[in-house]
Design a protein around this ligand. Structure first.
Ligand SMILES: C[S@@+](CC[C@H](N)C(=O)[O-])C[C@H]1O[C@@H](n2cnc3c(N)ncnc32)[C@H](O)[C@@H]1O
Length: 166
């Protein structure tokens, strides 16, 4: 059970300062300015992600797809209460048929104070993106804040990535 006084607090930093830098120090906003309608991982990987979502996310859930794009990997045909997308490119997110609404936010510049209420989301998913976060502790604290008690957070990743941004 969540202790209200500690909700969203950072208990331990997981990255040292040099681990927060990227080979490409340029603006993430500029890097993601044009849409990339590509698949980042293969069908074997995404089908396992979809199956995990099917097993762990209840049908009536409010779902937040963090670091989303034009695909969410949620089970096709599943009717969730609401699917909220977050990402870096509005054109990619607008093409994602599984999102009911979305917001664009650079989490490396603005990791906290998303416009989502405390304990308002049943599930947070984040696929092949966690490695781009330079302030993961702040983002995870925010994930904790918006999740309902008993909610689920599913972060999946592979070693395939934009290496200069990871
Ligand atoms: C490899 S794509 C993965 C997209 C999608 N989740 C998927 O499974 O195909 C990486 C995503 O990380 C997110 N991302 C990268 N840098 C970010 C940043 N500075 N702030 C917020 N999100 C970021 C963007 O949404 C970008 O689409």
């Amino acid at each position: 059970m969540r202790a209200a006084a500690t909700a969203g607090e950072i208990v331990r930093e997981v990255l040292a300062s040099p681990e927060r830098s990227k080979l490409d120090p340029g603006s993430d906003r500029e890097f993601y300015a044009f849409p990339r309608l590509v698949k980042h991982v293969d069908e074997g990987f995404t089908s396992q992600v979809t199956e995990l979502y099917r097993q762990r996310i209840p049908q009536d859930a409010v779902v937040l797809d963090l670091c989303s794009s034009w695909v969410s990997h949620l089970p096709p045909g599943e009717k969730y209460k609401e699917v909220i997308g977050h990402g870096m490119n509005a054109q990619e997110l607008a093409k994602n048929p599984q999102l009911d609404r979305f917001f664009v936010r650079d989490l490396n510049r603005e990791p906290r104070e998303w416009a989502l209420a405390d304990a308002s989301v049943d599930a947070v998913v984040c696929c092949v993106s966690v490695q781009y976060l330079q302030q993961p502790e702040q983002v995870f604290a925010e994930v904790y804040r918006v999740l309902k008690p008993g909610g689920v957070a599913i972060f999946t990743f592979s070693n395939r990535m934009f290496w200069d941004k990871g």
